[in-house]
Design a protein around this ligand. Structure first.
Ligand SMILES: [Mg+2]
Length: 218
């Protein structure tokens, strides 16, 4: 039986098609290009090639390029107004209200970004907490340390926690810690992976109900 719902933020609470995270990624590549003296395409290619080894772009440039201007990076990548493509989502609010579990956000972004997104969607009060990248000492998903730290803060065990994210390696990291991970695969890209998948958060209602039904002694 599930006791807690942990949700990723970007491209999980809102559709990837809105393009918000695409812009975040563009600013990350711009930042890396300037930092390393590359043109945009070179930086994008280098970033893509290094990402399999790291949880985030920030983790990569800190580890391989002695980068330390963390707050400057966050301010550039997450400027005020970045949330403009989003709007209030009453359907999401109703869905969250209908899922009878406490909920928190587990994101590799900084808190200010998460707060902007949640405020814009008008669902901030549906979450007990935001576990952001600073909470995890700048080393977040998919690392086991981050998963364990967040679960401890939620006061639940991995096996009784449902986690949803749109990034396969983050879902895998959670499952590797004994948790119940689901990949949100909105655009049906990851059918070849052996991860449990949903296409829409609306499927959570049935998944949680089925789990509850299975837990009732007969
Ligand atoms: Mg995401």
């Amino acid at each position: 039986m599930f006791r807690y719902l942990l949700l990723d933020l970007d491209n999980t609470l809102y559709s990837e098609t809105l393009g918000l995270e695409r812009e975040v990624l563009r600013r990350m590549n711009e930042y890396v290009a300037r930092l390393l003296g590359l043109d945009f395409e070179e930086a994008a290619e280098l970033r893509r090639s290094r990402m399999p080894a790291y949880g985030t772009t920030l983790e990569w440039i800190m580890a391989e390029h002695a980068f330390r201007e963390v707050e400057d990076y966050f301010a550039y990548v997450h400027p005020e107004g970045e949330e403009a493509p989003l709007s209030a989502d009453p359907e999401l609010a109703r869905l969250l209200d209908a899922i009878p579990l406490p909920k928190a956000i587990f994101t590799n972004a900084p808190r200010e970004h998460a707060e902007r997104v949640l405020d814009r969607l008008c669902v901030a009060d549906r979450f007990e907490a935001i576990y952001d990248i600073r909470f995890n000492g700048l080393k977040g998903k998919p690392h086991a340390d981050a998963v364990i730290r967040v679960l401890a803060a939620c006061g639940v065990g991995a096996a009784e926690t449902l986690f949803v994210d749109d990034v396969p390696k983050y879902v895998k990291g959670f499952i590797d810690c004994g948790g119940r991970g689901l990949l949100l695969d909105e655009l049906d890209r990851h059918g070849a992976l052996s991860l449990p998948r949903i296409k829409s958060l609306s499927e959570l209602l049935g998944i949680v109900a089925a789990e509850d039904a299975a837990a009732v002694p007969r």
